[in-house]
Design a protein around this ligand. Sequence first.
Ligand code: RTP
Ligand code: MG
Length: 144
Amino acid sequence: MATNRTFTMLKPDAVEKGYIGPILEKINAAGFKIVAMKMTRLTTAGAEEFYKIHKDQPFFGDLVKYMTCGPIVAAILEKENAVEDFRVLIGATNPADAAEGTIRKLYAESIGNNAIHGSDSDENAAIESAFHFSGREVFSGKFF
Ligand code: RTP
Ligand code: MG
């Protein structure tokens, strides 16, 4: 399996509760390499664009409000089979359904406030990474 990339956001609830460190530790322990990272905040327009696939869902308004309510940490992660393996590491959307030991099981509050995002395809990982990072902010290969 070739090394590839996924995109993640530690969502505002996780940042507010001081879970940046513990979540990054789990990401590192699972073998993902951080190749880009920043603390930032989504604007309403930015959140609407990022989650536009959900614009007709009943939860869209709440989702945009939640994703803009505080800072997030955005990152690009590298690993073999990154997209699929990261979705396993974060667990099901609803923490009540998430497997033991997954990030959402450990750190998410609810199906809405669920601590972390993971891209669902290689194509979306590339789109979402470009949404948050310029080429100069993304590192690759061996760092030194
Ligand atoms: P994500 O995109 O954030 O990684 O989450 P996901 O693939 O597991 O779930 P998705 O279906 O893409 O939903 C995106 C985000 O919308 C919020 N949500 N709320 N109240 C609800 O029923 C509901 N359903 C989804 C969550 O924040 C979810 O992560
Ligand atoms: Mg999704």
